[in-house]
Design a protein around this ligand. Structure first.
Ligand SMILES: [Zn+2]
Length: 265
């Protein structure tokens, strides 16, 4: 089966659910990290409709994550932002102000505040992630050398607030899970990251991750950075069926849990 399809994504989530992870939004993880936690981070660089599909799939499995929107027309879709938030997911601001403001710090922080406030008129926002435009000579995280996002009621930026010595960072850059070597900006403080230190955590295909999950080889905390526009979406009817099937499976799982808690006669 082809990789980076919605069906494959569903299989991946299913394999992680079976390993009894807690799926936390990014702000939940910052406030109260679970011992075994998965943060599904989605960077909505483009095609917000794809993100809505993933948001629905996750919701049908009883999961939630964070969706980070850019302040550009091909990402920022207000009805989709609201709909994804209504599905129980967190919304974050995917900022790139130093790039769009040509390296001017004052213009960048003003632009940052303006977009953050616009997003907050739609949904609550407490975390941010940087959009690393590969062609830009600016790194928008440098904004925080002069300003502090915590003054703006923001509690998390993965680069600064996650200890990547302990959290495995996996990103789908270039439709592979080991493409981080290609996109420098997508790197976390990656020299220290476990996936570079430890051969066990080097994955190429989604099936590689699923197999590691089945063998119980995955670490306790993982941040998946997903770019939904890179995942192939099948036709709508098929999608409806998949979501329905997920919902049925949740009910089945609940019945198993309830039965296992019943005192034996
Ligand atoms: Zn991005």
């Amino acid at each position: 089966m082809r990789d980076f399809t919605i069906d494959k994504y569903n299989q991946l989530l299913d394999s992680l659910i079976k390993q009894k992870y807690t799926f936390q939004t990014f702000n939940e993880y910052i406030i109260d990290p679970a011992k075994r936690s998965i943060i599904l981070r989605h960077d909505v660089d483009d095609r917000p409709n794809n993100s809505l599909v993933l948001a629905k799939i996750e919701n049908s499995l009883g999961l939630k994550g964070v969706y980070n929107f850019r302040a550009v027309p091909h990402s920022w879709d207000e009805s989709i932002i609201r709909e994804i938030s209504d599905l129980g997911h967190e919304i974050g601001y995917h900022y790139e102000n130093l790039t769009t403001c040509g390296g001017n710090y004052e213009a960048s922080i003003n632009d940052f505040k303006l977009n953050l406030n616009k997003l907050r008129k739609l949904v609550p926002v407490t975390t941010i992630t940087m959009h690393g435009s590969p062609k830009s000579k600016y790194d928008s995280r440098d904004l925080w050398k002069n300003y502090n996002y915590k003054d703006l009621g923001l509690i998390g930026e993965p680069y600064f607030d996650i200890n990547f010595d302990k959290v495995l960072y996996l990103t789908d850059t270039g439709r592979m899970w080991d493409g981080y070597k290609v996109n420098i900006r997508d790197k976390v403080k990656s020299v220290k990251n476990m996936n570079l230190q430890n051969n066990n955590y080097k994955f190429h295909s989604t099936d590689n991750i699923i197999t590691a999950a089945q063998k119980k080889e995955l670490p306790d905390v993982i941040m998946f950075t997903i770019h939904p526009q890179r995942w192939h979406i099948n036709n709508k009817l098929w999608l409806k069926e998949l979501i329905l099937q997920n919902a049925k499976n949740i009910v089945k799982r609940l019945i198993v849990i309830i039965n296992s808690k019943k005192p034996s006669p």
